[in-house]
Design a protein around this ligand. Structure first.
Ligand code: ZN
Length: 375
């Protein structure tokens, strides 16, 4: 019996899954944070080994079944059966789904497939981008954005920024003035108003989101570290958010650092020095496979236990939602067993730490989860 057994997890940042069958090439792409699987066999990685070890038994295959057998079994069962099995076996009670990255399922549909309850994480850039298409003037755009963000946030359980994917995480401590933002918005609208990439306007938008975070007690999630090939990894070290974190620490806003690898130690440091910062090693856990214990141990070096959150960042393939949970349970459980054997802590403290990291901290951080649970 491990301290992580039986915890009903809060997957506090994930995406939808494809609601159709996929071929082997598409499956390979789903196992890579790249635009395509390329020429590489994506099963030849720690993530690929983890699929064979942890997902194969859920589909009634022996652990470590060859990739061809796994893919054949997947097609024989069909996407719905595979998805239902993998998601249910993750043992998740709340799915917090970033709806800004359009894969087939809505929060309610994901919960329908995997059990538990689905909730929306609102991507703030998308609010601005949708308004830009029909804005009459830069001033009107800013006003509409403020109003719409405030309103749409009422239906969400968290906000999310993809600043990392645009200009990187160098965010000023002070919000650009409305004048500066109007000027930047004018340029943006003249250029067609598609993807929000202007650093001044983007900073203004993120500071508005921080204000809504404070007013509505909604965490503001930032993608940091490891991600798709369209980011520049050196620009997404969460330490670059330091000015912003310093200026928001006493406002009531809360900030969640997602993904983090290879900067998970930096994220842990930020959670150590700023009480309103939370650290989440989702996404990395499936990708590093059997090294998940190492990443968790490094994060725990200085991160306060109350700042730890669980997520999968699963998207497209339900294997990712599943593996995050299976590997988190296994490796955090083993780490705590080692510490128990070494007399670092007692059983009661180990169980409390595991529960806090898997569900308790997230429930405290997202007060709306409790009121939006279907029973
Ligand atoms: Zn994500």
């Amino acid at each position: 019996m491990s301290a992580t057994d039986g915890i009903a997890l809060v997957d506090q940042h994930c995406h939808g899954v494809l609601t159709r069958d996929v071929d082997s090439e598409e499956f390979g792409t789903g196992l890579a944070e790249a635009q395509s699987a390329g020429n590489r066999d994506r099963f030849q990685s720690l993530l690929g080994l983890a699929v064979r070890r942890w997902c194969a038994p859920v589909l009634d295959l022996p652990p470590h079944s060859p990739p061809e057998d796994y893919l054949a079994r997947r097609s024989a069962l069909g996407w719905r059966e595979v998805t239902e099995r993998l998601l249910a076996a993750a043992g998740v009670e709340h799915w917090l789904l970033d709806t800004g990255y359009a894969v087939d399922t809505s929060p309610a549909e994901l919960a329908e497939l995997g059990g538990g309850t689905g909730h929306e994480v609102l991507r703030v850039e998308q609010v601005a981008e949708r308004l830009a298409a029909r804005a009459d003037s830069p001033a009107a755009l800013l006003d509409r954005f403020r109003a719409e963000l405030h309103e749409r946030a009422q239906d969400a359980v968290a906000l999310k920024s993809v600043l990392a994917y645009r200009s990187g995480l160098d965010l000023p401590g002070d919000q650009p003035t409305d004048d500066q933002a109007r000027h930047a918005a004018g340029d943006w609208l003249r250029a067609g108003g598609e993807q929000l990439t202007d650093p001044v306007l983007h900073a203004w938008v993120v500071h508005e989101a921080a204000r809504v975070s404070a007013e509505q007690r909604l965490p503001l999630q930032f993608h940091t570290g490891f991600g798709d090939a369209d980011l520049h990894l050196h620009q997404v070290d969460p330490l670059r958010l330091t000015h912003f974190l310093r200026s928001t620490q006493d406002t009531g806003a809360t900030v969640v650092l997602l993904h983090c690898w290879p900067y998970h130690r930096h994220a842990a440091y930020l959670a150590h020095v700023y009480d309103h910062v939370y650290v989440d090693t989702g996404l990395m856990i499936p990708f590093v496979g059997t090294r998940a214990g190492g990443v968790l141990a490094e994060t725990l070096e200085v991160a306060p236990f109350e700042s730890l959150l669980y997520s999968s960042d699963g998207n497209v393939l339900p294997e990712l939602h599943h593996l995050a949970a299976a590997l988190w349970r296994h490796h955090l459980g083993r780490l705590l067993d080692t510490w128990l054997a070494d007399d670092v802590l007692d059983t009661n403290t180990a169980e409390r730490l595991a529960h806090a990291a898997g569900a308790g901290n997230a429930t405290r951080l997202h007060p709306r989860l409790a009121s939006r649970t279907k029973h």
